[in-house]
Ligand binder design. Structure first.
Ligand SMILES: CC(C)(COP(=O)(O)OP(=O)(O)OC[C@H]1O[C@@H](n2cnc3c(N)ncnc32)[C@H](O)[C@@H]1OP(=O)(O)O)[C@@H](O)C(=O)NCCC(=O)NCCS
Length: 178
């Protein structure tokens, strides 16, 4: 597809994250979310699974890059709320644009939105050897609360999961007018 070729070139026209914006995900985004997920994880989530999550009240935010050829959805974060708690199910960026601080910006935006949905505490689990994700989560104020040994199965054998928690009390709970 054209955007696969074009995406790295967008970066030649962008300075830092100046060409990035963030918004809530919509149903129309589901196919692209499934594509990015498939590029990011061994076991992908199908389009219909994303549609079900969006229809079911999950909080999902996307990163959109604006280049000379138009907008490209290049990452997302999605959380499942339950009462005043939520689980961050995943955050993933197109491989072409990782390592530029955009996941940090996306996660900050997502935490604020989750907070405004009435969530007090956010939990997540992540593979213990996923260095970029660990750094991202720790930098965003997540605190490690546990380890699940051999939690993930994969071609290289079983891997531990670490569990994290982020209290959201420091974030503004009041929706702001756009
Ligand atoms: C995890 C992920 C979203 C991070 O995206 P990213 O664009 O690389 O992240 P950023 O550039 O915003 O950097 C976030 C932090 O991670 C660090 N980081 C980025 N790549 C890194 C790497 N390869 N090794 C170690 N740290 C790394 C950055 O330095 C930054 O930390 P800092 O703020 O202390 O400098 C991305 O790697 C990804 O999509 N991975 C596949 C999906 C996944 O594993 N998701 C998380 C598990 S659910």
């Amino acid at each position: 597809m054209i955007w696969r070729w074009a995406l790295p070139w967008f970066w030649l026209f962008l300075a830092g994250s100046g060409g990035a914006r963030f918004r809530a995900a919509t149903m129309l985004d589901a196919p692209r979310l499934a594509e990015i997920h498939a590029e990011s994880f061994a076991i992908g989530w199908e389009r219909h699974e994303f549609e079900a999550m969006l229809a079911g009240g999950h909080v999902a935010d996307v990163l959109v890059l604006h280049g000379l050829l138009g907008d490209v959805l290049a990452g997302f974060a999605i959380s499942r709320p339950a009462a005043d708690e939520a689980e961050l199910l995943t955050i993933a960026l197109d491989p072409e644009i990782r390592g530029r601080g955009l996941a940090r910006d996306l996660l900050a935006r997502h935490l604020a939105r989750v907070r405004r949905a009435g969530v007090e505490r956010l939990f997540l689990e992540v593979a213990a050897d996923n260095a970029p994700a660990l750094r991202l989560y720790r930098g965003a104020g997540f605190v490690e609360i546990g380890r699940r040994r051999g939690y993930y199965a994969g071609p290289g054998g079983r891997r531990d999961a670490l569990t994290f928690r982020r209290d959201l009390g420091d974030l503004d709970p009041v929706p702001r007018l756009a």
